[in-house]
Design a protein around this ligand. Structure first.
Ligand code: ATP
Ligand code: MN
Length: 251
């Protein structure tokens, strides 16, 4: 019918705009029709004004820089549903009271995953952990605060020379404790998912973070503690995963 035709035309125009956008060079496969529709919706809703180049192309998601409203910058994380390891995603959603009754359908799992990442970021923020502020979700796409400046995305802990590892460690372990007190465990915490920004540490990538209800939450927490302690011992600190675990779980 006419309305559908009109919508299709609008959609095609948007698709052209995305493909034409100077820096928006991405493999075609990232944007199936449903993803394009989600991006289009985010533009319509005013969360994104223009797309920039990719900040990262990962196994399961790509992250793009984009222009938000009022000259703000945003980061847009786009999950690739087909490539994504949804079975593992399903496992990470286990026991989470926020997603009770979730079936095993691939699409539902990915949708829940993006909602979970956004909810995790919000919960972490409220608990006093510096994370990118979530802005909007649409299907397999998450829009959040961009962490970086004109020179580019903020560097990961593993990419910079750390002037003062003691302070960085103290800040990060306090973040871990606050997160744990708020019932969350990051689940993939290491020097790859913490960045330096304006003299602060910012924790990113909370997609796989689980609530303490998860059957393996303790195992994830122990692994996070080991990763972080190992990194800081390579920076010359005398710390162990066990010490860190003790600190994090002691209110
Ligand atoms: P990986 O598998 O590489 O860990 P991922 O799919 O888990 O990737 P993220 O870790 O969330 O995705 O993001 C990948 C990279 O994109 C980050 O290491 C960081 O450099 C960049 N990035 C993510 N979120 C933001 C943000 N909000 N602002 C700026 N850069 C970001
Ligand atoms: Mn990551």
């Amino acid at each position: 019918d006419r309305i559908a035709q009109k919508r299709d035309r609008k959609f095609e125009q948007f698709e052209e705009r995305i493909k034409d956008a100077d820096q928006f060079k991405v493999e075609q496969s990232v944007f199936d029709d449903a993803t394009l529709a989600a991006l289009y919706k985010l533009v319509q809703d005013g969360h994104v004004e223009a797309f920039g180049g990719p900040l990262s192309t990962g196994k399961e998601a790509n992250v793009y820089q984009a222009l938000g409203p009022d000259d703000t910058e945003v980061a847009v994380k786009v999950y690739r549903i087909n490539a994504s390891n949804f079975r593992q995603m399903r496992d990470y959603l286990e026991g989470d009271p926020r997603f009770e009754g979730l079936g095993g359908k691939k699409k539902d799992v990915v949708l829940a995953w993006v909602k979970k990442e956004s909810a995790n970021l919000e919960r972490a923020r409220k608990a006093g952990v510096r994370v990118p502020t979530p802005i909007a979700t649409e299907r397999n796409v998450l829009v959040m605060e961009y962490i970086g400046n004109e020179a580019g995305r903020a560097k990961r802990l593993g990419e910079v020379h750390i002037e003062n590892p003691e302070t960085a460690y103290e800040v990060l372990r306090e973040y871990m404790r606050r997160l744990y007190s708020a019932g969350l465990i990051h689940g993939d915490l290491s020097e790859y998912n913490v960045v330096f920004h304006e003299g602060q540490l910012v924790v990113i990538d909370l997609g796989q973070a689980v609530t303490v209800h998860h059957p393996n939450s303790r195992g994830f927490l122990e692994r996070d503690c080991r990763n972080v302690a190992n990194f800081f011992s390579r920076q010359g600190l005398d710390v162990t995963g066990d010490d860190l675990l003790e600190f994090v779980t002691t209110p």
